[in-house]
Design a protein around this ligand. Structure first.
Ligand SMILES: C[S@@+](CC[C@H](N)C(=O)[O-])C[C@H]1O[C@@H](n2cnc3c(N)ncnc32)[C@H](O)[C@@H]1O
Length: 880
């Protein structure tokens, strides 16, 4: 049950592209520490990665991220391959089985082998990760493949990862979501989310925390007497949170969509924006009026704000050296310097989108203080007292981390700079005051003799004016009291740096912020490094702030903070970052887990059916939004299918009737398509109440959000020949089944364990060939088309009506003319078989597959179903 498998076709594309990512043979340009650039052409033959870089050593020895005494051990560890780490996906039906298999089978047998002197180190749960859900093995992936004693474990990892029961994720990359402290009623923004490891983890954490009976007050959406089981309660409850996952890179967004599809969630929205310009998603007065049309609506300014923001920014990525050794070759000081400005911009935007009282986690997989402490310090200066850097030392006490640095230096063109006053004038475009511990800026005297004459900003005293180009203030103190080596007075020790040799991991940096009050009015503006500040002054426009208070009609949509600012991406299309290392900007810390897929470079899901459509409500909005708005919308989202509420009553009615879907299931307003021609939709998506509200706000506000993916695919049009003969043109998709299951009253039957296993094993079985003849008879009485087969529990008889609860195992099937066929992938069948075999003590399920020769004659429908499944796979490839 559930769409947790990955399409093989797509995986092939991933691997192919992944090779491209890591094995590009074009000439490499490397900026040397002295500022010169050397170009080398890679030898076509294979060479091992060099695991050293003198510039790296010089840089970090000077920065003091580890003490001089520790240096050797630090370097020794970062030259070693990274141990494999993974998370058990708690939303998987088999998560407990997997944890128990790890604890009781693998840990023990590996310990026993180690005791035999075979030098096999054990696997262990990460002590700081809750409920033994994250694990690390103390051998590299290479060893896993080579060492025979570990082969079984390796196979286990491969299969569970493939099926979606575990996610391979670097241990330290799991840390930032844990500090976000998410709750099931939160609106969460993941600003730089692709390829989606942390988004997936966040979704897992939210679903896991939805304990039945813990509905927050005022959040009852379904009448409680309609909640038939804890399963339903948990799913209904989950309709209240939303995760918005954003990334600037379309291909990486596609990876994220693919990755998170396994969650089967209706509460996820994937967007494709520059995070620093993430839209306010507000409702302005004009647009609100346009949508009034007699419907009562408050003409106020509303804005989508978030309870939690994850700001896992693009970074130099040298914390992932152990996993991506090619970084040794690429590493240069320019990477961090070039990204600092963007990182500040993204973090500031995140804070302006955060609710007062909300938490934001800033993180990088870089060790560089210019990308870490310097960014945090600049944020604190810009926000004044409106944001607090939290001391989270009591949280996750078992996680070994080090406090943030209070002092560091900036390296540029081969020179060490202790203060901005040391920056030669010709370099001030690339090296900004905010990179230094004090954040102080010194306006040069005409001959640039480095006399510090002015100070723009102080720690804890930031008006932000100077950062936006206005005249800096004189500070007499700074004229006389300039330290050679700057020391930050901000509480940067509250930041966390995880270094590899403390617990045999990669490196990571994490800072946790809490928003205490609206940001100072100016601080919502985009911060730009000096060079960009000199560009046209209309980089951003401030919206009229509206302090009128109106009750929200949209959950989590609040009256806009006074800091609300609208920034249009076209305003900054000509921006470029100083000395930015473009490769570094794309370095993701989870590249290894999933590689990009060039073939899925599209956001057009129904593209074969239509030309690019303008947003559905464009007309209404543009009428009042003025010409500029209209042009922006048309130009901005070209190439992205529109999101359209699906309101075709005839189709919805036929689906409800065919599957006997209980009237209590909320369809109205929850179905969307990506095709304006609702008579020809191929896929119908389901969105939660919270996502529906955001969508409505987005329509009303002029479609500011560029939505790549929304909700979960619930129904798919039958494309097979036999499909056209059924009474319902739509089948239930595997992702939609978990949500819909408790509400289905027709086309659903319970199979005995033996018949259920046979179905998984043989895929197609004729009615007459089921062991339980009564089941075969019942199956034959179903209508031709999609159906659901539920595994009957031991205490139930066939005459009982199908029963669904949190532990129900069910699969989507096809009732053909003479048989029943499964509509899940072969690997999902295999996984389920193995799990069921382990559960009922009949041994290793994979043995069943060794006899995969079907004793059942392949019926005529087998081909038909194969066509259907393949079609589904092709559709998946096309849509992710
Ligand atoms: C460190 S990776 C994020 C990893 C991700 N959080 C995860 O756990 O899988 C940084 C991401 O930022 C994206 N990115 C780079 N510049 C961006 C920008 N200006 N706005 C939004 N995303 C950006 C990259 O495409 C990349 O996917």
């Amino acid at each position: 049950m559930g769409g947790r498998g990955r399409s093989r076709t797509q995986r092939k594309h991933f691997r192919h592209n992944r090779e491209n990512v890591w094995k590009r043979s074009k000439p490499d340009s490397t900026q040397q520490d002295d500022g010169t650039t050397t170009t080398t052409t890679r030898d076509p033959g294979w060479e091992p990665f060099a695991t050293q870089n003198p510039a790296f050593d010089d840089y970090y020895k000077e920065q003091g991220i580890v003490s001089a005494e520790e240096w050797d051990v630090f370097v020794e560890v970062i030259r070693k391959p990274l141990p494999a780490a993974f998370r058990i996906n708690s939303s998987s039906q088999f998560s407990c089985d997997i944890r128990s298999q790890l604890e009781n089978d693998f840990v023990k047998s590996l310990q026993a082998e180690a005791a035999d002197g075979s030098e096999v180190e054990g696997i262990r749960p990460l002590p700081w990760y809750p409920e033994n859900l994250a694990w690390q093995s103390n051998f590299s992936r290479m060893q896993l493949r080579k060492n025979q004693t570990l082969e079984r474990f390796h196979e286990f990892l491969k299969q569970e990862n493939e099926i979606g029961n575990i996610t391979r994720q670097e241990a330290v990359s799991m840390v930032p979501p844990l500090f976000l402290d998410v709750c099931p009623d939160h609106f969460v923004l993941d600003m730089c989310a692709a390829p989606g490891s942390k988004t997936f983890q966040l979704l897992e954490m939210i679903y896991q925390s939805t304990e039945p009976g813990s509905l927050p007050s005022g959040m009852v959406y379904f009448s409680l007497n309609l909640l038939r089981s804890s399963y339903m309660l948990s799913h209904c409850f989950c309709l209240w949170f939303t995760v918005v996952a954003n990334d600037v890179d379309v291909q990486r967004c596609n990876l994220l969509i693919h990755q998170t599809k396994r969650m089967c969630t209706a509460n996820l929205l994937v967007t494709n924006h520059e995070a620093q310009h993430f839209p306010s998603c507000h409702l302005n007065k004009n647009c609100a009026n346009a949508f009034e049309n007699g419907v009562a609506m408050e003409p106020s300014v509303h804005q989508l704000l978030f309870d939690r923001v994850l700001c896992d920014v693009p970074c130099g990525g040298d914390g992932t050296l152990r996993k991506a050794p090619d970084i040794w070759r690429k590493w240069s000081v320019g990477m961090g310097n070039g990204l600092h400005g963007l990182q500040v911009q993204i973090a500031m935007r995140g804070l302006s989108l955060l609710k007062v009282g909300g938490r934001m986690v800033y993180s990088t997989c870089s060790m560089n203080p210019v990308e870490n402490e310097a960014v945090v310090a600049e944020i604190l200066r810009r926000c004044g007292g409106s944001v607090e850097l939290l001391d989270v030392s009591s949280e996750l006490p078992q996680l070994v981390r080090r406090p943030g640095l209070k002092k560091w230096k900036v390296r540029d063109k081969g020179s060490w700079l202790s203060s901005f006053k040391d920056v030669p004038k010709y370099r001030t475009a690339g090296i900004t005051p905010s990179m230094f511990p004090s954040g102080k800026s010194y306006v040069d005297t005409p001959n640039n003799d480095h006399d510090p004459v002015l100070e723009e900003r102080h720690d804890n005293d930031c008006d932000g004016d100077s950062a936006n180009g206005s005249e800096p203030k004189k500070d007499p103190e700074s004229l006389t009291d300039v330290l050679d080596e700057e020391l930050s007075t901000l509480p940067l020790e509250r930041c966390m740096r995880i270094v590899p040799h403390d617990q045999n991991t990669g490196a990571f940096f994490i800072a946790v912020f809490q928003k205490l009050s609206p940001l100072p009015e100016d601080n919502g503006r985009v911060f730009l490094p000096t060079a960009i500040q000199k560009k046209p002054s209309s980089l951003h426009r401030q919206l009229k702030s509206n302090t009128n208070s109106h009750p929200d009609e949209v959950a989590n949509v609040e009256n806009q903070d006074t800091n609300g600012v609208e920034i249009h991406s076209e305003d900054v299309t000509d921006k470029k970052l100083p000395d930015a290392a473009p490769e570094a900007a794309l370095l993701g810390n989870e590249l290894e887990e999933v590689a990009s897929d060039t073939d899925t470079d599209k956001m057009s899901e129904e593209n074969e059916l239509e030309d690019i459509q303008d947003p559905v409500d464009k007309e209404a909005c543009s009428k009042v939004g003025g010409g500029k708005r209209k042009l922006q919308i048309q130009g901005k989202w070209r190439g992205v299918d529109p999101v359209v509420f699906f309101t075709n009553d005839a189709i919805v009615g036929s689906i409800k009737t065919f599957y006997g879907i209980d009237e209590s299931f909320p369809f109205t307003g929850h179905l969307v398509t990506r095709n304006s021609d609702t008579n020809h939709v191929k896929r119908i998506y389901y969105v939660s109440k919270s996502v529906k509200d955001i969508l409505e706000l987005n329509f009303k506000g002029g479609q500011q959000l560029k939505i790549t993916s929304i909700g979960l695919k619930m129904f798919e049009r039958q494309s097979s020949k036999e499909g056209s003969l059924t009474q319902c043109a739509f089948r239930i998709s595997s992702e939609g089944l978990p949500l819909l299951l408790p509400f289905i009253t027709k086309q659903i039957i319970e199979a005995s364990p033996i018949d259920f296993k046979h179905l998984l094993q043989y895929k197609t079985i004729k009615f007459a060939d089921f062991v339980d003849a009564e089941f075969g008879e019942k199956a034959s009485q179903l209508m031709l088309g999609c159906c659901v087969v539920v595994l009957r529990k031991v205490d139930r008889s066939l005459s009982d009506p199908p029963h669904v609860d949190g532990s129900t195992i069910a699969i989507g099937c096809w009732r053909g003319r003479t048989n029943i066929s499964v509509m899940v992938t072969a690997i999902e069948c295999q996984e389920m078989l193995e799990r069921l075999s382990v559960r009922d003590g009949t041994g290793n399920g994979s043995k069943l597959l060794e006899t995969e020769q079907s004793s059942v004659e392949p019926g005529e429908l087998k081909a038909n179903v194969a066509e259907t499944i393949e079609d589904a796979e092709i559709i998946e490839v096309a849509t992710v």
